[in-house]
Design a protein around this ligand. Structure first.
Ligand SMILES: Cc1cc2nc3c(=O)[nH]c(=O)nc-3n(C[C@H](O)[C@H](O)[C@H](O)COP(=O)(O)O)c2cc1C
Length: 432
């Protein structure tokens, strides 16, 4: 049987959903081919980045996924963490925590609390979740005023709170038609690119073919041209979200097979990638983009500190951790109490800092001092005065050390493991 690119069928089969929910029904993407070499990607990346905030239509046409992004992580990638992350890396793309469409719609009068961020956080992606088309449309439209660089739709969260009630998150992978409609509606209510973050399967629906059917359907029914693939399936049998990020095995070969079978769609790989060495190993094998979650939160200095130089080939900010904390203090003291009811408090604002000295001398003592200081400090200035003595000057004032080691061979031989090609014609025949 002659195999051919699945996506070549899609342009003709794309049908936007015309309804009152659509705001921009004519929006569509054109794919611009580009070299897979990381060096030339750097140049085109900067060109893209320079234009990204000004030419909305061109953004869609020139869309490239970020080479490196920090994953959306509920309760973790909040404004405070993102402020810290941006002080460490200028080029990493930052994803928000997932925000339910209903929250945006019902908190219409209070949107800054959920959607506002400082301009330094660009490039930044808003992740939304939901299963009600009207709310997704309204939420996207309301969020448009905040100028996010991309809107991402959550189809990967296995939490029973999310996957159970209202049936959103990873359960949506079982209803690709709905996701296609949702993405069509989201795209119609924003001028920035849209993307889907998903797993490689759910429970027994875990074959490569089923994953391809999902990608094929969603991209046929909507202008979605970027998928972030958390390369393990989700189990909806009651295991915790944390176990769902550990127990199902990673299958990077599915990710690389998607790139082979859908050459006009961009894919970002995610799951278990812990250092810039491993990020570069994925890019060397042709990955369009790499998303890192836990490592960027648990060890932000060492994970993000090399992103600008080792991944983007750009100069590093050169800031030491003392300088980063000085700037963070200004931010922190400015936002303390902003939401009312004394929130955020010093504990909230300092939370992402607690991993800044991961495995460095003084780290344990600093955390103990911080715990004590949280009980009475009311400003970030006083918090730092009371706790930072625990960290030696040599740590506070040293620039980022050399690139930490990682599994350079994480993706070696991956192309020998790929499942057999997806044939979109079979799916089309079934759909006919
Ligand atoms: C605390 C925590 C919260 C998370 N919240 C979200 C979320 O809101 N939306 C989402 O798509 N994924 C969420 N994830 C999953 C991550 O985005 C990512 O896919 C996962 O951690 C695998 O990447 P990693 O191995 O690099 O951590 C969360 C992960 C963690 C650890």
């Amino acid at each position: 049987m002659v195999k051919f690119s699945a996506y070549s069928l899609m342009i003709s089969s794309f049908t936007p959903f015309h309804s009152i929910i659509l705001k921009n029904p004519c929006r569509f993407y054109t794919n611009i081919p580009y070299s897979y070499s990381t060096k030339s990607r750097n140049i085109s990346y900067y060109i893209q980045n320079a234009k990204i905030h000004t030419e909305d239509v061109m953004v869609a046409r020139r869309y490239l996924p970020p080479l490196f992004s920090v994953a959306p992580m509920m309760d973790w990638t909040d404004n405070h963490y993102r402020t810290l992350a941006r002080l460490i890396s200028k080029h990493a793309w930052l994803y928000t925590e997932m925000l339910a469409a209903e929250t945006i719609v019902y908190q219409k009068g209070n949107l800054d609390r959920f959607l506002a961020y400082s301009p330094e956080q660009h490039p930044i992606v808003l992740q939304i979740g939901g299963s009600n088309l009207e709310n997704l449309a309204k939420a996207t439209e309301l969020a448009s005023a905040y100028n996010y660089d991309e809107i991402n739709f959550n189809c990967g969260c296995p939490s029973p709170k999310v996957a159970g009630h209202g049936c959103f998150g990873v359960r949506l992978m079982l209803d690709s038609k709905f996701v296609g409609e949702a993405m069509s509606i989201i795209a119609a209510n924003t001028n920035v690119p849209v993307s889907v973050k998903c797993r490689i399967g759910v429970d027994d629906h875990d074959s490569y073919h089923e994953l391809c059917d999902f990608i094929y359907k969603v991209s046929s029914l909507s202008p979605t041209r970027h998928f972030i693939i958390h390369s393990r399936k989700a189990l909806l049998n009651g295991i915790s979200p944390a176990d769902n990020r550990k127990i199902p095995p990673l299958k990077y070969e599915y990710y690389y097979a998607l790139m082979r079978d859908f050459p006009d769609i961009k894919f970002t790989i995610n799951g278990g990638i812990n250092s810039v060495v491993e990020v570069n190993a994925a890019l060397r094998e042709g990955a369009h983009g790499v998303m890192v979650g836990r490592a960027a939160y648990n060890n932000p200095w060492r994970t993000l500190g090399h992103v600008d130089t080792a991944i983007y080939g750009a100069p590093s900010s050169g800031l030491t951790r003392r300088e980063i904390l000085e700037r963070y203090q200004e931010y922190g003291d400015h936002v303390l109490g902003r939401d009312g009811n004394k929130r955020p408090n010093v504990r909230d604002v300092a939370k992402p800092l607690l991993n800044l000295f991961y495995s460095e001398p003084g780290n344990g003592l600093w955390k103990r001092k911080a715990d004590f200081a949280f009980q009475h400090c009311t400003t970030m200035k006083s918090f730092f005065e009371e706790t930072l003595a625990a960290i030696p000057d040599s740590v506070l004032d040293s620039p980022i050390a050399g690139v930490p080691s990682g599994r350079e061979d994480l993706f070696a031989n991956i192309h020998d493991l790929l499942p057999s090609s997806y044939d979109a014609r079979e799916q089309e025949a079934l759909d006919a």
